[in-house]
Design a protein around this ligand. Structure first.
Ligand code: ADP
Ligand code: MG
Length: 695
């Protein structure tokens, strides 16, 4: 008898070798298998008469095997199986390469269904490597909407279809964590039906219904967690940090610029929150270049003045390093030490130290401002008195790291620490309120809706032809002659293709250095370089040792080189608009008139249309909205969120879903705060959390 928790090792038809592959995908139990969703379906539902087939289309046919031949091809390289199938209307050849079992399975006279793509070769129409099964069998691989699974670790869609068919036959119970009354109210299918529909939908309608149900589940769990956090948060205590106005005023006076009104307002809001004995939980949202760092620095200053520590977390080492350098300067006029801890760096008092030395100083409270990456979240990192956590670009951290960040700030859900740090997160991504709710739970919001006065709007142009490119190159030469610098950005390729990306960047660097700008000095920055190398290149660029920096998407967030006035983005249409806006924010960070050139990979196309939005506006909010409407929320966040389930991502913009999930979560918690009457829900939430933590 199977249950959700039955390990797959107990299923006889799964071989040990296959188990290993499944484990690599995180699939251990029947439940895991059921939750391994297809990413799309092929529509093989209509069975077509053979005479009606045309090349380059996919079909399902049904007929009798007329003859069958198998053997090596003339080059002796491949094992070829060829069969002819006939129905009332006609006949067609089916061929398979290197699939010996086909020759063993197919017999003359057998009636089969086959699904696949039809092409034409010298001998006429042929179906290439079709999926097939005997007609007397239920439709699994053919003759229906056929689920296609992400084919990883050498596991085929056929394998999943086969195993899942068996599981659905043998599984008697589908314990549903979501209470029936909720499902009824929302017209959602039971878990059993939803799971079946998502794997084996008859047509599109049930598959959509299933997706809706799972989207609801994800959002419902997220909201339950957020509300539980919020409840806990409301009872939590924090250090009250009153502001010493005089000291703060003096500190602000040492800055090389006057604060913008928006910066002053945000700082006031933050300092007011920190003055309370309840933990602050605030999001500082401001467009690229709006000056968020200094706002965080003021909060850190207030803590340091009281002898308390601040941790500032950045998503990458390059960014952490840059924050460290900026803050070291900002605090140079004070008695407060700034330290840096990442995977590659331990810097204390301007010197690299050993890990034990660093940790000892940290727990003795010597550095007051500690900048770092998630390396700061490791278990052995103990502070003297951590009063404030600042997280830059929080959404760039993985879901698991975000969960850890939350824990670092409120302790785990079941333990209520005596006093928790204040929490400030910063982002340049203009996140609509609804998404804020979905991603971060309940947060207060401060907006930096104003850029420092010295900025001129960036001039953005799209260049699709070679003469236009030439014009840009000569413009770069003239700007460099005036002392400015330029970025050349290369398209981001999926992680698995990172090597290719590096090659492309290296090749571009060579081309620019040798052919286009032989008299200029050109640096190269890419994701595969070691942190130290990256930092060296960045520092050299900042110190004007390079006129031009060729970089992959690593420069996307936060890099600050005020003297750079040009950014040229190759194959721009491959990036999301919000991401392009981030790139563009690398220039225009000082008084120089700055330029952004977008060069599409193809001279025309629908994607190029999108780019016009950037040429039209410099407002991050307007761009984010346009991006959402063009490409959906996955693109909105630039890269796909690790761990954020696809289905939930698809539905993030679905305000209605978020609102409903929120209401249902509120309702159930108001009736049953500890969820004592919903044990299935408690364990589902635990699993949800574990899943998040594993990533
Ligand atoms: P972001 O909000 O994108 O993180 P930063 O904090 O990196 O922006 O600031 C961008 C640049 O603007 C930095 O060089 C910073 O020193 C400068 N800056 C910040 N505030 C002001 C201001 N009020 N006036 C002039 N320059 C400022
Ligand atoms: Mg920043």
């Amino acid at each position: 008898m199977l249950t959700f928790d039955t390990p797959l090792s107990q299923i006889a038809s799964i071989k040990a070798q296959t188990l290993g592959k499944l484990e690599r995908l995180g699939i251990f139990t029947v439940r895991d298998m059921l939750y391994h969703f297809p990413h799309r379906y092929e529509d093989y539902s209509a069975i077509r008469p053979i005479a009606s087939l045309v090349p380059d289309e996919k079909y399902t046919i049904e007929g009798t095997v007329a003859n069958i031949n198998a053997g090596r091809t003339w080059k002796k390289k491949m094992f070829l199986t060829e069969a002819t199938i006939e129905d009332k209307s006609g006949r067609i050849r089916l061929i398979w390469f290197n699939q010996r079992f086909v020759a063993q399975t197919l017999k003359s006279g057998m009636v089969i269904r086959a699904s696949g793509k039809v092409t034409r070769d010298r001998a006429g129409l042929v179906m290439q490597s079709p999926a097939f099964e005997r007609s007397e069998r239920d439709a699994t691989h053919t003759g229906r909407l056929v689920p296609i699974y992400p084919e990883t670790a050498g596991l085929t869609s056929k394998f999943f279809r086969w195993q899942l068919t068996g599981i659905f036959q043998k599984l008697s119970e589908f314990p549903d964590p979501v209470p029936e009354d909720i499902l009824e109210r929302l017209h959602l299918p039971s878990l059993k039906h939803a799971l079946f529909y998502i794997h084996f939908p008859k047509n599109e309608k049930p598959s959509l219904l299933a997706r809706k149900r799972f989207a609801f589940d994800e959002m419902f769990f997220v909201q339950l967690k957020a509300l539980q956090m919020k409840a806990l948060f409301e009872t939590a205590k924090a250090e009250s940090i009153p502001t010493d106005e005089a000291a703060l005023g003096h500190f602000i006076g040492t800055l090389p610029f006057a604060l913008t009104a928006a910066q002053r307002k945000a700082s006031t809001e933050i300092l007011k929150d920190m003055g309370k004995a309840r933990p602050m939980n605030r999001l500082l949202n401001g467009d690229v270049g709006s000056g968020k760092t200094i706002v965080a620095a003021l909060a850190a200053f207030a803590c340091a003045e009281r002898g308390l520590q601040t941790a500032l977390l950045a998503p990458t080492e390059v960014l952490a390093r840059q924050h460290f350098e900026n803050l070291s300067q900002v605090f140079a006029h004070t008695e407060h030490h700034v330290a840096l801890l990442t995977g590659s760096y331990r810097i204390l008092d301007g010197k690299t130290v050993t890990r034990p030395t660093f940790l000892k100083a940290l727990s003795a409270g010597i550095p007051k401002i500690i900048v770092g990456t998630h390396a700061l979240l490791q278990a052995d990192v103990a502070f003297d008195h951590l009063a404030l956590i600042v997280v830059d670009e929080q959404h760039r951290f993985g879901v698991a790291q975000r969960a850890k960040l939350q824990e670092a700030s409120f302790g785990s859900l079941d333990a209520t620490p005596a006093s928790v740090p204040h929490f400030l997160t910063m982002t340049a991504t203009p996140i609509p309120r609804t998404l804020t709710l979905a991603f971060f739970g309940n947060l207060d919001l401060s907006l930096l809706d104003e850029l420092p006065k010295n900025r001129k709007p960036i001039i953005t142009e799209i260049a699709a032809t070679d003469p236009e490119r030439e014009k840009i190159y000569s413009f770069v030469r003239s700007e460099v002659a005036r002392g400015r610098q330029a970025f050349v950005i290369f398209p981001l390729v999926e992680e698995s293709l990172a090597l290719k990306e590096v090659k492309a960047a290296v090749a571009e660097h060579k081309h620019l250095a040798e052919t286009v700008f032989p008299h200029l000095s050109i640096g190269l920055l890419h994701g595969r370089m070691k942190a130290k190398e990256k930092e060296e290149v960045m520092r050299d660029f900042k110190e004007k040792k390079y006129d031009i920096l060729v970089a992959t998407a690593v420069v996307e967030v936060g890099i600050d080189v005020p003297n750079a006035s040009i950014i040229l983005i190759e194959e721009a249409e491959r990036f999301g608009l919000a991401q392009l806006h981030q790139f563009r924010g690398r220039v225009g960070r000082a008084e120089h008139q700055s330029y952004c050139f977008l060069i599409p990979g193809k001279p025309s196309g629908e994607n190029n249309e999108r780019l016009k939005v950037l040429a039209k506006t410099n407002s991050g909010f307007a761009i984010a909205e346009a991006d959402l409407s063009f490409r959906g929320p996955g693109a909105f966040f630039g890269t796909r969120q690790s761990g954020m389930p696809d289905i939930a991502m698809e539905n993030l913009t679905n305000l209605k879903l978020i609102t409903i999930a929120h209401q249902e979560a509120e309702l159930i918690l108001s009736e049953d705060p500890g969820l004592k009457r919903h044990p299935l829900l408690i364990s589902a939430l635990q699993k949800f959390e574990e899943q998040i933590h594993l990533e």
